[in-house]
Write a protein that binds this ligand. Structure first.
Ligand SMILES: C[S@@+](CC[C@H](N)C(=O)[O-])C[C@H]1O[C@@H](n2cnc3c(N)ncnc32)[C@H](O)[C@@H]1O
Length: 328
């Protein structure tokens, strides 16, 4: 059996990216060396061949994780029809509230009374920044801390002139849009969301379980649809007595290249018209027009932007915030 070059390439790359999960590193290398597994995976549409999705689907059908490649292999070979159906039916929609500790200083700069609109909201867990105690710990001196809010704790290590909020902004209303909004009251959908957390990341799993409980107390209003189609309606319904902030995190990478540019232009136009503020938190190559306004990132992670200006570099799950922008 011949190796399938595209699967080999994407799983080899993922083995380098998945350093946070020794299990996924082993699994990726295993698939990259296993023409029999590749022959199954190649039957999926290209967008569904991604390691994160195939691994999640295999875990859903019993592949023990963390565990050796042999466990994944057995699940792929013995239960392929079920794994394939799950990969086709579901997608990777990881919803990470840890990011809120990096987003909140940006939100708070924009106003004291906010209407939040999240595009690509997944289950909408990030629409509740005000339900957490945010703790920021100085990089060079962990004894120096700042905090705001009450509730489950989100901790973030920081550097630079972070504009720490003195008080929690009031979120007067919240709304979101997603191609496939997940329902926090639906046990099956929340089990899938938990299944997307990488095997060794117990802290993230615990945080997610807490975030689901938080959101269940006030389930967010989520619209099903494409962000380009639904954003105008959501903006039209925004209250007059609050500052409207459109935000997104780990979403625009899902758009094709021309649509990424279209989205950046749309948001720049809305900001210029005074229709809303724009908080973006995306990988550096996704919105290069934002990235170019700040220092070049030297580590993996996201660029945090306010109204199109790079203000900070953030860890992908919110563990760190390196602020570089000086505000008047
Ligand atoms: C990785 S998740 C991020 C979720 C959340 N923003 C967070 O930071 O935790 C990306 C989400 O974007 C959604 N998405 C991707 N393309 C979209 C589009 N064109 N319109 C609306 N939602 C989209 C996906 O369905 C998915 O739920």
């Amino acid at each position: 059996m011949e190796p399938y070059a595209e699967v080999v390439a994407s799983y080899t790359t993922f083995a380098e990216e998945a350093a946070d999960s020794p299990c996924f590193v082993e699994w990726s290398r295993g698939v990259a060396d296993d023409p029999e597994a590749q022959d199954l995976i190649r039957t999926l549409p290209p967008v569904k061949q991604q390691p994160n999705l195939v691994f999640a689907a295999a875990r859903w059908h019993g592949a023990p994780a963390p565990g050796p490649y042999a466990g994944l292999r057995a699940t792929l070979l013995e239960r392929w029809d079920e794994v394939r159906a799950t990969a086709l039916a579901r997608s990777t929609q990881t919803n990470e509230v840890g990011r809120l500790a990096t987003l909140l200083p940006a939100f708070a700069l924009l106003g004291e009374r906010l209407h939040l609109i999240e595009v690509g909201a997944s289950a909408g867990l990030c629409l509740h920044p005000d339900a957490y105690r945010h703790e920021w710990v100085q990089y060079d001196d962990p004894a120096v801390t700042h905090h705001v809010g009450e509730g489950p704790v989100l901790t973030c290590r920081v550097s630079g002139p972070v504009p720490f909020p003195e008080r929690m902004p009031e979120v007067v209303s919240r709304a979101g849009v997603d191609l496939n909004p997940l329902d926090v009251t639906d046990a099956d959908e929340m089990a899938w969301l938990k299944n997307l957390v990488w095997p060794e990341q117990d802290e993230r799993r615990t945080r997610l379980a807490t975030a689901i409980e938080v959101a269940r107390q006030d389930p967010p209003r989520l619209t099903r649809g494409d962000l380009f189609d639904e954003l105008p309606g959501l903006l039209g319904a925004a209250p007059d007595d609050a500052v409207t902030v459109v935000f997104h995190s780990a979403v625009i990478a899902y758009l094709e290249e021309p649509d990424r540019r279209r989205f950046a232009q749309l948001m720049a136009g809305l900001v210029a018209e005074g229709r809303c503020h724009w908080v973006s938190n995306e990988a550096p190559n996704v919105l290069p027009e934002v990235t170019a306004t700040g220092p070049a990132p030297t580590k993996p992670g996201f660029v945090l932007g306010i109204d199109g200006d790079s203000v900070a570099l953030t860890h992908g799950h919110g563990a760190t915030l390196r602020w570089h922008h000086t505000h008047p």
